[in-house]
Design a protein around this ligand. Structure first.
Ligand code: GLY
Length: 309
């Protein structure tokens, strides 16, 4: 079976000064995940490694580079899901963790639960020996300056989402050579969010979902809007009803725009390797690898091709 990985580095109006770094970051993450798939690795391992690569890259709002909440703290959310068994794990409002996606995977594999939040998630991390990272290490100078500029959370966030004010999320979906699908999503959320605010990313069926019977999805965009329409499950329900992957993603994003005025993006892959990367914001950095061909883009209707060795 054909193995495919698709990754995104967040849907928002990525400013020109970080557009190249965003493209380079998603390309590197997609190649990293694909190299695992090529060696016979699982979709689950591929999405975790791709998301870890973006959490480690300070250009993205996840892990290193995450945005700050209203207290000037970093609170991180992440989810991972295995489409073979529907096993899933998530963490929300976790602090001082460089790779929340791997902590989410540990919740999935080492506990009887699906989600741990805040102090409980941190206690669990400590209990299994995850090394903590000081907040200063996770925060970039760029983010500290942006936070100082916009210290107050704006209630008109949907209108502002498509401006440089927002800064959103990373994610990956994959199908491996056995036809198993998986998804992972990780984020710092929205700058100046209230302490304890949880967005769509760690919520199963909203920021991501994976099921071998339909496909895998990872979402990005205005979290409160994605939560209201359960975007990842909405996309998969269209696929279950016979829609092509690209149409399912487009229809669902349009529905979110019409119904709750929310902007965002999503990547999706089916068990047969059909895939899509679509968004209703100004830009979304994305990349995909299938059959040693790397596809990538940033602006609407843009798709570049690069042959890998
Ligand atoms: N989409 C990420 C968030 O709103 O938290």
């Amino acid at each position: 079976m054909k193995a495919v990985i698709v990754v995104h580095g967040g849907a928002w109006a990525i400013p020109d000064e970080i557009s190249q770094a965003s493209i380079d970051g998603v390309k590197a993450a997609a190649c990293e995940g694909f190299s695992l798939l090529k060696r016979g690795g699982s979709a689950l391992d591929a999405v975790e490694s791709a998301v870890r690569a973006m959490e480690d890259n300070a250009v993205f709002n996840a892990g290193h580079g995450a945005v700050l909440n209203s207290d000037g703290e970093v609170e991180l959310d992440a989810v991972i899901m295995d489409g073979r068994t529907l096993a899933c794990g998530a963490v929300s409002s976790v602090k001082n963790i460089a790779n929340p996606v791997s902590l989410a995977r540990a919740v999935m594999e080492k506990t009887d639960h699906v989600m741990l939040t805040s102090k409980g998630a941190n206690l669990f991390a400590e209990g299994i020996g995850v090394v903590t990272t000081p907040t200063e290490t996770l925060v970039t100078e760029y983010e500290r300056k942006e936070w100082e500029k916009h210290k107050k959370y704006h209630t008109g966030v949907i209108e502002l989402f498509n401006t440089q004010w927002a800064h959103d999320t990373v994610g990956a979906v994959a199908v491996d050579h056995s036809g198993n699908v998986a998804c992972a999503t990780s984020t710092g959320g929205i700058r100046n969010k209230m302490v304890g605010r949880v967005g769509d990313s760690p919520i199963i069926g909203c920021g991501g979902y994976a099921d071998n019977l339909s496909g895998a999805v990872s979402c990005t965009g205005h979290g409160e809007s994605i939560l209201k329409v359960t975007l990842a499950r909405l996309i998969l329900s269209h696929i279950e009803q016979g829609k092509e992957v690209v149409d399912a993603v487009e229809l669902s994003l349009r529905y979110m725009g019409d119904r709750v005025h929310g902007a965002g993006g999503a990547i999706a892959v089916s068990p047969s390797g059909e895939w899509a990367a679509k968004f209703t914001t100004e830009r979304m950095a994305w990349a995909s690898v299938e059959c040693d061909i790397l596809w990538y883009g940033l602006n609407p209707n843009e798709k570049f091709k690069q042959q890998l060795s």
